[in-house]
Design a protein around this ligand. Structure first.
Ligand SMILES: Nc1ncnc2c1ncn2[C@@H]1O[C@H](COP(=O)(O)OP(=O)(O)OP(=O)(O)O)[C@@H](O)[C@H]1O
Ligand SMILES: [Mg+2]
Length: 274
């Protein structure tokens, strides 16, 4: 099978902290690959290194066979990798449509921009309904849709999603994951970091589990779902808080869950089998 992206022996350091200690991953064309792992495992670092925001020490990041490692973020974006970052980073003072238009900043062709708008509004009809509303008025789930939609405005080959389910209620998470599946079915390859292990494995073609900057294990979504020992050892820990309070917090535009809240959520951490 053809791989759109191949990561080979990737090493990343923040000063003396070695965050990635030789990571290997492949993302086949048009598939959804999920990256799981505990807090601090190196998931976000992997995404940010692919998109060029974080520089790596050594290794390879091959996009369609060509090494893009340590290129400037705008060059990588231009080559077809688009990221929806951890914490969404929606511009609250702007409307939905203005946020999407910013996503298309690098696209020159008006007809391509129009096509992207149509595609995003087709995937997320609620965004079309709300296109003239300020982004701050959106619910947490709608803001996440907007963040994904914005990343799609450049018509990417690869979509990087960092914890799209964070802070969202279970039903909305299901919705978002179904849309991710649809995006992949339309030919965009998806690399998605998640802590919502079971639900994300349900839609994953393939998954990697990271631990302390390395790949602990990998396999198809189905295989990992059946591995009870692995699920309880590595995937039981959650930082989502799928409660009304979390949704309300997301509604206020608060992107990150605080450490104290994460701990509180972890204590009640029965993974939602839905
Ligand atoms: N900007 C930074 N400066 C220094 N160390 C960092 C920085 N960003 C991350 N780290 C460290 O690198 C390691 C990997 O962090 P990373 O954010 O990639 O983990 P993660 O798997 O995304 O975790 P989480 O689930 O909490 O989002 C951690 O030890 C973290 O403390
Ligand atoms: Mg992270």
């Amino acid at each position: 099978m053809e791989n759109i992206l191949e990561i080979k022996d990737l090493v990343v350091s923040y000063g003396i902290i070695r965050a990635l200690k030789g990571v290997d991953m492949v993302i086949p064309k048009g598939k959804t690959v999920v990256v799981l792992g505990a807090n601090g495992a190196g998931k976000t670092t992997t995404m940010r290194t692919i998109s060029g925001v974080v520089k790596s020490v050594s290794g390879q990041i091959l996009l369609e066979g060509k090494d893009i490692r340590n290129k400037q973020p705008y060059v990588i974006a231009k080559r077809g990798i688009s990221q929806s970052p951890e914490g969404r980073l929606i511009l609250g003072g702007l409307t939905v449509e203005e946020n999407l238009r910013i996503g298309a900043y690098s696209v020159k062709s008006k007809s391509n921009i129009k096509k992207s708008f149509d595609q995003v509004y087709d995937l997320f009809p609620i965004l079309k309904e709300r296109k003239d509303q300020q982004a701050t008025t959106l619910s947490g789930g709608e803001q996440q849709m907007l963040a994904i939609g914005r990343a799609l405005m450049v018509n990417p080959k690869v979509l990087l999603l960092d914890e799209p389910s964070l802070g969202l209620a279970p039903l909305i998470v299901k919705d978002i994951f179904q849309t991710v599946k649809k995006i992949a079915a339309e030919g965009v390859s998806v690399l998605m970091v998640e802590q919502n292990a079971r639900q994300s494995l349900l839609i994953a073609d393939y998954a990697y589990v990271m631990e302390l900057g390395t790949i602990k294990t990998h396999g198809t979504g189905d295989t990992l779902l059946k591995d009870d020992a692995l699920i309880s050892a590595y995937l039981g820990k959650k930082k989502e808080k799928p409660s009304a309070a979390a949704e309300a917090k997301a509604d206020e535009g608060a992107a990150e869950t605080s450490a104290a809240e994460e701990d509180a959520a972890d204590e009640g951490a029965a993974d939602n089998p839905e």
